[in-house]
Design a binder for this molecule. Structure first.
Ligand code: NAD
Length: 490
């Protein structure tokens, strides 16, 4: 035990006290990375920052482990446990990386300029500025798609950013406390305790599952008078939930939800959200108004305005509505010489998942390293060729020409490989300590569900968490919940 504690102390202290870093180098090219999500973070983790002057611009100065967001929403995990400052990576990099907390407002691909604005409360004298780039990695992600359905923005709670989960937790507890208010009307209690989740994709399914766990595990002891009165309804426009999973797993999820008393309404479309109800178009096209206390909107994602503006600058080639079109090397079509795009802001053959963004980020780190190597050798070659033309001594000339040949060989060895996605499977937690997993093994999909999958889900998430700090905090939160229950203080 003493040895373990000692090792942990040593690792944490090494993490806390980074060594000296190389300063900015005017001879190096400037690489600007927009974003701090899955794609940008994976790139930063793997990037050799000695190759470039790197600047990261993102409206949040942290990485958010999105798969565990529903766990924060219901108080299983603490909000700080699933985030990690971006400086946590950059402070250990070879060269000093500049991190700017700001929102990119415009990309000028002709003059290679990024404009950005201070997104938090403006406290300083400067609130917007621009910087030049040689290479840009565009990894800004996506935003919640509302389809302009009336009332979504005003009355529903999203489930995409950390503050969405915090807002949900606050409003959910508020519904419980208000329902428990002395003399509350029974009809009003019923409404307040009806939670509607819109969207049967993985986000909506996982949130419904986590919410059910809260009701099962904690509501009875925290709010005994309300136990049994809370209802969860999951609304999905398509014929089934989790449409990207196999049929067997869809059935497993739907039957688990049935047992869990989560009402699943498929082929049902939300047409409007009001302050105290949702308007549904039922499978038979009839319209129903359903009273509810809280609506969670998990209806999918769309490109951000800054992305649409950037695409509009290439009207001939960037016409895909799903996002930025890139080539096999993740270069933006139309701006191949300077812009790379990764993650949810792109339109590729793969689903816009964390796994894809993360693999694209690490691929790009290798690719950029090769490019830097290539640039360096090219400069060396030009210098050697100029030297070979001017040297007079026979021996010296021979030696220089030998160097020229060697450098050419080294250059020829640099082969850029296209990005190749390797699907490791999809996982979703469905509540009641059960998870579903589509795992691509041996040419086929192995679909698994149940408690063993749940343990696998926990360990898979724990191991993919960002840092030792996050792993420690999440594991501790899980133990805390087992011992003391979820936190309902707000
Ligand atoms: P999604 O796009 O996968 O699902 C949204 C769902 O909402 C769709 O099925 C759509 O039919 C439904 N919908 C939209 N408007 C509606 C309306 N008005 N009424 C009723 N239903 C409506 O969105 P998501 O779940 O947020 O996932 C986004 C991406 O992130 C996906 O690529 C997903 O695979 C990925 N993701 C994966 C995991 C995981 O693997 N565990 C978890 C979260 C997200």
């Amino acid at each position: 035990t003493i040895g373990g504690v000692g090792a942990l102390y040593y690792i944490t202290q090494r993490e806390k006290n980074p060594g000296p870093q190389l300063p900015f180098d005017p001879d190096k090219k400037t690489l600007v990375i927009l974003g701090s999500g899955w794609g940008a973070t994976s790139l930063l983790k793997n990037l050799d920052t000695a190759d470039f002057n790197v600047v990261v611009v993102s409206p949040r100065n942290f990485f958010l482990f999105t798969p565990l967001l529903p766990s924060v929403a219901v108080g299983t995990l603490n909000n700080r446990s699933i985030i990690q400052s971006i400086r946590y990576i950059t402070r250990h990099k070879a060269r000093n990386v500049s991190v700017i907390e700001a929102e990119a407002t415009d990309v000028d691909p002709v003059n290679k300029l990024i404009k950005f604005a201070d997104n938090s409360e403006v406290r300083g004298a400067v609130s917007s500025t621009a910087i030049p780039y040689d290479y840009l990695v565009y990894a800004v992600g996506a935003e919640t798609q509302t389809f302009n359905i009336p009332g979504v923005k005003e009355h529903a709670c999203f489930m995409k950013e950390l503050n969405d989960a915090e807002r949900f937790q606050n409003e959910f507890i508020d519904c419980l406390e208000t329902a428990g208010f002395p003399g509350q009307d029974p009809q009003e209690i019923e409404r307040l305790l009806h939670m509607v989740v819109v969207g049967g994709g993985p986000t909506g399914v996982e949130l419904s599952g986590e919410l059910h766990d809260f009701l099962e595990d904690d509501l009875k002891s925290w709010y005994p008078e309300l136990a049994g009165k809370v209802r969860i309804t999951l609304v999905e426009a398509l014929p089934s939930v989790l449409p990207t999973f196999s049929k067997q797993l869809i059935d497993y999820t739907q039957s688990t939800f049935k047992e869990s008393k989560i009402e699943v309404l498929t082929k049902t479309m939300v047409k409007e959200i009001k302050e105290r109800s949702v308007i549904l178009q039922m499978p038979d096209k009839s319209i129903q108004e359903v009273p509810c206390g809280l609506v969670v909107w998990a209806g999918g994602n769309k490109g951000r305005k800054v992305t649409q503006d950037l695409m509009a600058k290439f009207p001939e080639v960037q016409t895909n509505r799903r996002g930025i079109v890139v080539d096999d090397f993740l270069r933006m079509t139309g701006a191949e010489d300077s812009i790379f795009a990764i993650g949810d802001c792109t339109s590729t053959a793969y689903a816009p998942t964390a796994q894809v963004a993360s693999q694209q980020g690490s691929y790009l780190a290798r690719h950029l390293h090769q490019m830097a190597k290539h640039d360096e050798l090219q400069t060396k070659l030009s210098r050697l060729e100029a030297l070979a033309a001017t040297v007079v001594g026979e021996e010296e000339k021979k030696a220089t020409l030998r160097d020229v040949e060697m450098t050419k060989k080294q250059l020829a060895k640099i082969k850029y490989r296209p990005f190749d996605y390797s699907h490791q499977g999809s996982l979703a937690y469905i509540g009641s300590e059960k998870a579903v997993a589509d795992l691509p093994f041996m040419n086929g999909n192995v679909a698994t569900g149940g408690v063993a999958t749940y343990m696998f889900w926990r360990s898979a998430y724990l191991s993919t968490l960002f840092s030792l700090r996050n792993r420690t905090l999440v594991a501790t939160d899980w133990i805390k919940v087992k011992l003391f229950g979820r936190d309902v203080a707000r």
